[in-house]
Design a protein around this ligand. Structure first.
Ligand code: NAP
Length: 299
């Protein structure tokens, strides 16, 4: 019988695993598919994690993982298909015929990319439409691209692509950007970057591959790459039946990561919170183990 199963291996899950090992808990981490340490792996540059300025997201995640592995944390690559509780014990059903039993569960599955919401966009996935500038930017070397969004991801993507591409359009639906003001100022200095505000993508054009987009102000941009950076959707489908989600499907829990269900804790971007950053996800992982230990003492 495990003390705690951590579902998800982003910064929150890995930090929880490190704290669990150091607290001598019997822990297992289940991850769907290892593609780097959570969403941060897609970030070209992380400048706000203390002590390691200017590192790329993938390398930062690798450092987290090496730390966990050095303590003996084991990662199981499997998709969790069901989550239930029987007589106070959590049963975590996964594919590959794997079933885990545990006294507590830390749910740290993060978020996935939100689609643009433009009719027919699915047909352009992998044909010019991408959700990851770091992964796919190199395909557009010397070409014209557009980034959609006004948050940190959009600004970071635009910055990264402006060093590779001939021309980058940054298109945002409002005038105010919610991403870093410092990055926005740097973007304004870029000669090959054009910022278009108060505009939405109305149509994507192109036969087999994207050749342009039409904005709702009827401007046509000739581009071959379209990078969507319009936010995240929490991956909380497995928790629907537990009544712990808010109206946007984030898990309701405060900083102690406790949900209203006994033995169920939520950490990282899936949790309701003000600021979703690597540092706040890592903090959640530490708090989650503190709460798990308190829970284990009381059962
Ligand atoms: P976000 O902050 O939620 O921003 C999403 C952006 O997309 C917003 O500007 C939003 O517009 C726009 N948007 C949403 N739906 C849209 C639609 N259908 N069409 C057009 N635009 C749409 O998401 P994010 O940038 O992915 O960031 C997520 C979290 O990760 C944030 O907390 C962010 O700070 C953090 N992050 C940090 C770093 C870093 O520190 N280096 C890097 C990446 C992400 P409105 O502004 O009008 O709502």
């Amino acid at each position: 019988m495990l003390d705690v199963v951590i579902i998800g291996s982003g910064p929150a899950g890995i930090t929880a695993a490190i704290y669990a090992k150091r607290a001598n808990l019997n822990v297992a981490v289940v991850e769907k598919e290892y593609l780097g340490t959570g969403q941060i792996a897609e970030s070209s540059r992380v400048d706000n994690y203390p002590g390691i300025p200017g590192i790329d997201g993938y390398s930062l995640g690798e450092k987290f993982r090496e730390h966990a592995e050095s303590l003996g944390v084991e990662f199981t690559e499997a998709q969790v298909l069901s989550l239930g509780q029987k007589d106070g014990i959590w049963i975590i059903g996964c594919d590959e015929d794997i079933t885990l039993e545990s006294k507590a569960v830390i749910y740290a599955t993060g978020c996935k990319n939100r689609p643009l919401g433009v009719p027919g966009e699915e047909k352009y996935y992998g044909r010019g439409l991408s959700f990851c500038a770091v992964c796919d930017g190199a395909f557009y070397k010397g070409k014209r691209v557009a980034v959609i969004g006004g948050g940190d991801t959009a600004l970071d993507d635009a910055m990264y692509l402006s060093d590779i591409c001939e021309k980058v359009y940054l298109v945002h639906r409002r005038e105010f950007f919610r991403g870093s003001a410092t990055t926005l100022e740097k973007l304004k200095q870029k000669e090959n970057l054009e910022i278009i505000v108060n505009a939405r993508v109305e149509e994507i054009t192109g036969d087999k591959k994207i050749d342009g987009i039409i904005l709702d102000n009827k401007t046509k941009l000739n581009i071959s790459g379209l990078f969507a950076a319009v936010g995240m959707i929490p991956q909380t489908e497995l928790l629907k039946e537990f009544g712990v989600l808010d109206e946007s499907n984030y898990v309701k829990a405060s900083e102690d990561t406790k949900t209203t269900v006994n033995g169920l804790f939520a950490a990282g971007d899936v949790r309701t919170k003000q600021l979703r950053q690597v540092v706040t996800a890592a903090a959640d992982g530490a708090n989650a183990i503190y709460s798990v230990m308190e829970y284990l003492r009381n059962i």
